[in-house]
Design a protein around this ligand. Structure first.
Ligand SMILES: *[C@@H]1O[C@H](CO)[C@@H](O)[C@H](O)[C@H]1NC(C)=O
Ligand SMILES: *[C@@H]1O[C@H](CO)[C@@H](O)[C@H](O)[C@H]1NC(C)=O
Length: 241
C-alpha cells in the first residue's frame, strides 16, 4: 500500500465542528486510499497532499489521484495531511504551519479519497515565496454515500475585499505576503484553515445539507463560529492589520 510509506504531517487536525453529533460512526474505513459508503454522521477519512502542481499529473496532462502509485508522490517528497471529519457537520480543518512551509513543499494541494472510486480535487495554489493563501472552502460531494467529487469553492475574494493587507490573486484567492508569516520574518500565524461542507446524498439517500449552511454563512466566515480559534487564525488579522 502506497500510503503506508508516506510521511504524515502530524500538524493536521479537525479543530472544530459546528455541531458535535452523538450518533455512532459506522464507517470502518480509516485510510484514504480505500473505498467506502457513508451515512450521515459517519466519520470519513480523506487526505490532502502537498506538492508542486506538475507532480499531480501523469505525462503533464492527466491528473491522477495521489493514491495512484504512478505519481510516486512520496518519493517526490510530497507531504500528506489526513483528516476524519464527521459527514454533514460543518468543520474547520487546520494545518499548522509553524514547522511546515507550504511554499517549500511545492505550493499546491490536492484533496483526495478512494481507490477504485478515486476522487480528487483540482490542485489549489497555497503558497509561493511571495504569497500565502490561508483560507479555503472544500466541498465533498457524495451520491448514495459514495464520494463523487471534491472541489474548492471560491468567493471571488469577497472575504478580504476590505482588508488592505490581503491581495486578491487571480480574482479568487485572498493571500497575504509570505514575508508577513511567523518564522518567515513576520508575525502572522499563517496556518491553513479549510472550511468543509458536504453535499449530495448518503447511502440511505438522505440529503447532506451542510453545503447550504456554508453558502448562507459565507458572508460572515465560519471562523467566527469557532471560539477556540479566536486567538489564532482570524482575530490576529484584525489585530495585525
Ligand atoms: C501552531 O503551533 C504553534 C506551536 O505549537 C502554536 O503556538 C500556534 O498557536 C499553532 N497555531 C494554530 C493556528 O493552531
Ligand atoms: C507567486 O504566485 C503569484 C500568484 O500566482 C504569482 O503572480 C507570482 O509570480 C508568484 N511568485 C513567484 C516568486 O513564483
Amino acid at each position: 500500500m502506497a500510503m503506508a510509506i508516506w510521511p504524515i504531517l502530524m500538524v493536521a487536525m479537525v479543530v472544530a465542528a459546528a455541531a458535535v453529533s452523538d450518533a455512532a460512526d459506522t464507517n470502518g474505513v480509516h485510510q484514504p486510499c480505500a473505498d467506502t459508503k457513508i451515512q450521515r454522521s459517519d466519520g470519513f477519512t480523506f487526505g490532502i497532499a502537498f506538492s508542486s502542481k506538475n507532480n499531480f499529473y501523469n505525462d503533464q496532462s492527466h491528473q491522477l489521484s495521489p493514491c495512484d502509485r504512478r505519481l510516486s508522490l512520496s518519493s517526490l517528497g510530497s507531504q500528506l495531511a489526513l483528516f476524519r471529519p464527521r459527514v454533514d457537520e460543518i468543520s474547520l480543518l487546520s494545518i499548522n504551519t509553524s514547522t511546515f512551509f507550504p511554499d517549500l513543499n511545492g505550493g499546491y494541494m490536492v484533496a483526495f479519497a478512494g481507490r477504485k472510486y478515486a476522487a480528487r480535487s483540482l490542485p489549489a495554489f497555497v503558497a509561493n515565496s511571495t504569497y500565502t493563501v490561508t483560507s479555503f472552502t472544500l466541498v465533498l460531494e457524495f451520491q448514495k454515500g459514495r464520494l463523487q467529487n471534491l472541489y474548492w469553492k471560491r468567493d471571488g475574494c469577497a472575504s478580504c475585499s476590505s482588508k488592505s493587507n490581503f491581495v486578491c490573486l487571480n480574482k479568487q484567492d485572498c493571500a497575504i505576503r509570505t514575508s508577513s508569516c511567523k518564522n518567515r520574518g513576520g508575525s502572522v500565524d499563517c496556518s491553513l484553515g479549510i472550511q468543509l461542507a458536504f453535499s449530495g446524498t448518503d447511502k440511505h439517500l438522505m440529503a447532506l445539507n451542510s453545503w447550504y449552511e456554508v453558502e448562507n454563512l459565507r458572508q460572515y466566515s465560519l471562523y467566527g463560529l469557532y471560539s477556540n480559534l479566536k486567538n489564532s487564525l482570524t482575530s490576529q488579522y484584525n489585530n495585525f492589520f
